[in-house]
Write a protein that binds this ligand. Structure first.
Ligand code: FES
Length: 646
């Protein structure tokens, strides 16, 4: 008879193995990632699996509990000391005795859904670049004068197969002390990212070290967001965010580039500021997750090109003007100590590749997370900030561009605009008969016409209007007939409502008659028209490159995307016509991409290869951009139709 068949879930990988093979060995041979720190000594408990009982017709396999060896002495001991859940087994001890269906439990596979609101079905299987390896080293022998470190390397090769191992210099002075402290049992952290690169020992602890962490960080021009993740279980331990302190040098990207150009110390000051903010965030997530910052061994970053350069200490001046040359576009591999990150001294840094001078590693992260290149549907992925980063494609072909939307969508350049914060209006409705508005404010769960609204907003009151609400109010004004297709406030409506106010030669709409008084002016509407035209023209250009007149699905990334109502985005013509059910907010997709690259180095290769084949379109150089822009000034568009809105 042939060897038993073993099927691993959820990956579906399978193979035949001789009776007596450990389940861990079978997993290794199939490339199924099962953690193991103690090297099969049945002490770390990281290698747990579950045997699925029953008949699996699709795979022609019958699995049952007597197809696996009974618990041996070592497993019993582990259970007594640490406790082993009911159906769990240590895969390093359990051997294959017949056909098996084995589940690698969920706590070793994370779902992107756990870290963001939108639904995603992609499992992040783990295969981190850093691995913990416990070894027991021979004691020194006067007759065999092999050094302590050399004998450690011998064991790392013998037990774990690490050949040609490099050792991080900072460990050399520590090795002897650590070996003796651990009574010759030590845990080494080995880093290997590229399959072709030499593995490196980056950290060493006495005894069995059973936890290692990583951080995934998105450096946005406005906000920095971070996840602290267990590299051994894949669990997100804590997440946090803070505003980018570089804001004090310039609100938007271009003003920060000008700051560098005008101040000799400008680049340095901004590099220090962003690194400091990241270190503070690390302190915060470590406190929240009760994690020692020295246990952080790997880190992955995404950022737009200018943030990327400033973080690395590179002058971004070249990015401020054509041809928008990046100092480095490929993925960056570095050491945390070299960029002043206050984590384990041997910790590594990986930064995703940039796509183009205006389309950064953050867009690469979002692309990895949403995966247009993995599907047949034509997917539009937009990340709206001061610049909109746009990716459009499918399995066949992916194109990308950025569009200068300006900061209007973030509430800047709007008379009563503000950042999303308590007191900001976030939702607006206008009655098409009476032209009376109702709205909701961040921090309150009541609409402005509901009882108890005033109490619910408390002392903060109504302070302004944020990006998502600006889109809504302009769209609602258009739907109520207050503004025309050209975006002009119709003064004649003043006869119907006292909310239409003359304002010089133009008219405004009074949204809230309080302190402060919140109006939507003709200039505000113009600012939104300009921003949305830029976005739409960029999208249209990419659609033309792809030769399509329709997209199948739209993913809105970023904070703005999370709050915006897709219906209103389409009413104004920010995005092309699409089934509303196919338009979704995907939250911080760039950060999710960073997390994927942290937990699985295969994802790093995947996005590096994808970025190579993404075609970059420079909107500024495309003659048709202007034409698309002019058409997009109209609401929703002068030439393009939106049949799905009806
Ligand atoms: Fe450590 Fe199995 S590998 S318990």
């Amino acid at each position: 008879a042939s060897d038993p068949l073993v099927l691993f879930m959820p990956s579906g990988k399978r193979g035949n193995f001789p009776v007596g093979t450990t389940v861990l060995d079978a997993a290794r041979q199939l490339g199924v990632y099962v953690e193991s720190v103690c090297g099969g000594r049945a002490t770390c408990g990281r290698c747990q699996i579950e045997v699925q009982e029953g008949h699996f017709a699709k795979h022609k396999i019958t699995s049952s509990n007597d197809h696996i060896s009974p618990r041996g002495a070592k497993e019993e001991r582990y259970d007594r000391v640490k406790g082993l859940p009911e159906r769990r087994r240590l895969s390093c001890s359990a051997t294959i005795e017949g056909d098996l269906v084995v589940d690698v439990p969920q706590d070793t596979v994370i779902n992107t859904q756990t870290i963001r609101k939108a639904a995603s079905d992609r499992l992040i299987e783990r295969n981190p670049a850093v691995q913990l390896c416990y070894v027991e080293v021979d004691e020194p022998d006067m007759h065999k004068p092999l050094g302590d470190l050399d004998r450690l390397k011998v064991m790392l090769e013998k037990d774990w197969g690490w050949t040609d191992l490099l050792v991080s210099q900072h460990l050399m002075p520590e090795v002897q002390k650590i070996l003796r402290k651990g009574d010759w049992g030590v845990t080494a952290a080995i880093h290997r990212d590229l399959e072709t690169s030499r593995p490196t020992m980056i950290a060493l602890w006495p005894g069995l070290k059973n936890e290692a962490y990583g951080i995934a960080c998105d450096i946005g021009s406005t906000t920095i967001a971070i996840h602290l993740v267990s590299l051994l279980s894949g669990r997100v331990v804590a997440s946090s965010g803070t505003s980018n302190p570089q804001i004090r040098f310039g609100e938007d990207l271009m003003s920060r580039v000008s700051y560098v150009m005008m101040n000799p110390d400008g680049r340095e000051a901004m590099t220090v500021a962003v690194r400091q903010a990241i270190n503070e965030l690390i302190t915060k997530v470590c406190a929240e997750g009760n994690v020692d910052r020295n246990d952080i061994l790997d880190s992955v970053f995404v950022a737009n090109p200018i943030m990327h350069h400033l973080f690395l200490g590179i002058d971004p001046t070249e990015l401020g003007q054509a041809p928008f040359a990046l100092a480095v576009s490929g993925a960056v591999h570095s050491w945390a100590s070299e960029i002043d990150l206050d984590i384990n001294h041997g910790a590594r840094v990986y930064i995703l590749p940039c796509i183009a001078g205006h389309v950064g590693a953050d867009a690469a992260g979002a692309t990895l997370s949403e995966g247009p290149y993995r599907q047949d549907k034509m997917m539009l992925l937009v990340d709206v900030g001061t610049n909109a980063e746009i990716v459009l494609g499918n399995r066949q072909r992916v194109v990308a561009a950025s569009s200068p939307t300006g900061p209007a969508f973030e509430g800047a350049e709007i008379s009563s605009g503000q950042r999303a914060a308590p007191g900001a209006i976030e939702r607006v409705r206008i009655d098409p008969e009476t032209l009376e508005p109702t709205f909701r404010v961040i921090g309150s769960d009541k609409w402005s016409d509901e009882d108890g609204f005033a109490q619910s907003i408390g002392a903060i009151g109504v302070t302004g209007i944020c990006g998502s609400a600006i889109i809504e109010v302009v769209a609602e004004m258009y739907l109520a007939g207050i503004i025309s297709e050209d975006g002009v406030v119709d003064g004649a409506m003043g006869e119907r409502s006292a909310r239409i106010l003359p304002n010089g030669r133009t008219f405004s709409y009074l949204l809230h008659d309080g302190t402060p008084r919140i109006t939507v002016t003709q200039n505000d509407i113009r600012a939104i028209q300009l921003a949305k035209s830029a976005l739409y023209a960029g999208v249209k250009l990419l659609m033309e490159k792809q030769g399509v007149t329709q997209v199948d699905t739209i993913s809105f990334a970023g904070a703005f995307g999370s709050f915006i109502d897709p219906k209103y985005a389409m009413v104004l013509g920010l995005i092309p016509d699409c089934d509303l059910s196919e338009v979704k907010a995907v939250g911080n997709a760039a950060g999710t991409g960073a997390l994927m690259a942290l937990l699985n180095r295969d994802h790093r290769r995947e996005i590096e290869a994808t970025v190579q084949r993404i075609e970059k379109i420079e909107t500024a150089l495309e003659p048709k951009f202007q034409e698309h822009f002019v058409h997009a000034m109209a609401l929703p568009n002068k030439v393009d139709l939106f049949p799905k809105l009806a």
